[in-house]
Ligand binder design. Structure first.
Ligand code: TXA
Ligand code: MG
Length: 316
């Protein structure tokens, strides 16, 4: 909970400076974009990103879009390509999101990408969003600013109705123009449409000079099979482990004797922020992984969802 409640900021230089300051402190700010209101947090700050999932009550870690101020800013985080250049020239700033391979030394929290090696990036067109990104001068992870499973918000009142008391501020700039989320195009492999949205499929195909592979609405990243193939460590994973067996490395939670601890204090936000990098680190040991029990409340539900996928039997 935010002790003083959720602040209403107006979209003037003072409000924008205050919002950027909150982001720097790792706090969450909802802001208007041309599509829907986004729930923003510093994409480099794992705890800020964890608190986005917590505020939305998301039961799992879906990857988030990193919002940046310019093509130059996007190029700091993702591997650029001719196709990306063509789409950026045609549609940025605007309601188009591109999924591209992450660069080395990108600095983005793995909680933003949910452990994937690609990042969704977008340069919004909305004046206030752009001013905020310029003032903050960093990547802002922002899903739509609604509780999980509810309708995307297109006014500050919608945001307040869903998230009041759970975020630091709402940067109010009236209703959103597009009212439909951005179109998401995957460019890490064959060009594909990951989500229809504010830019029409045909327009994207015209610019690329090729047809897009079409995925069923919402399939790719929500299908457990897909997630497993991306997310599973090489070694077996054993959950609810009180201690090590055999050759296992123990991923701890709370005050336990272990090889790596998600949060010694037993803090779920800290644990979520550490989860993906911890799994990478332990996977690199080549030993089987045991994981301490993690309470299934709040962010614990998403952490356990992720861990269950990691522990699920493999197809091949
Ligand atoms: O218009 C919009 O895009 C709004 C505003 C706030 O910018 N944002 C938005 O974010 O709709 P969200 O989190 O509600 O939707 C992000 C979508 C998810 O469906 C997610 O699966 C997909 O983007 N996504 C993010 N990263 C991805 C990745 N690396 N690969 C594939 N899909 C990804
Ligand atoms: Mg959404």
């Amino acid at each position: 909970m935010i002790p003083n409640g959720t602040l209403d900021l107006s979209a003037d230089p003072g409000g924008i400076a205050q919002a950027a300051d909150f982001l720097r402190q790792g706090l969450l700010v909802a802001f208007a974009t041309e599509t829907v209101y986004g729930l923003g947090g510093d994409a480099r700050n794992g705890e800020a990103v964890a608190s986005i999932y917590a505020a939305k009550g998301r039961p799992s870690f879906n990857p988030l879009i990193a919002h940046v101020a310019s093509v130059g800013a996007a190029q700091r985080y993702v591997e650029w390509s001719d196709r990306a250049e063509a789409l950026a020239a045609a549609f940025w700033p605007g309601p188009l999101t591109m999924v591209l391979p992450l660069r080395d030394e990108h600095g983005i929290s793995p909680l933003v990408t949910a452990g994937l090696d690609t990042l969704a990036v977008r340069v919004p067109a909305h004046g206030t969003a752009r001013s905020l990104l310029a003032a903050f001068d960093g990547p802002v992870a922002a899903p739509s600013a609604n509780p999980s499973g509810q309708i995307s918000p297109t006014t500050a009142d919608h945001v307040r109705a869903g998230l009041d008391g759970r975020i630091a501020a709402i940067l109010d700039d009236g209703p959103c123009g597009v009212g439909l989320e951005s179109t998401i195009v995957g460019l890490a492999g064959e060009p594909s449409l990951l989500r229809p949205g504010g830019v029409a499929l045909e327009q994207v195909e015209t610019v690329l000079g090729t047809e897009l592979h079409i995925h069923q609405a919402g399939d790719l990243l929500t299908a457990p099979g897909q997630l497993q193939s991306h997310y599973a460590p090489d070694a077996p994973v054993r959950l609810n482990a009180e201690n090590r067996q055999g050759d296992e490395v123990l991923l701890g939670f709370g005050p336990v004797d272990c090889d790596l601890n998600l949060s010694e204090k037993g803090n779920l936000t800290e644990a979520a922020a550490n989860l993906f990098s911890a799994l990478h680190t332990l996977n690199a040991t080549g030993r089987p992984i045991a994981v301490s029990p993690i309470p299934d409340q709040g962010l614990g539900a998403a952490i356990n969802d992720r861990l269950r996928r990691a522990a699920a039997p493999r197809d091949s």
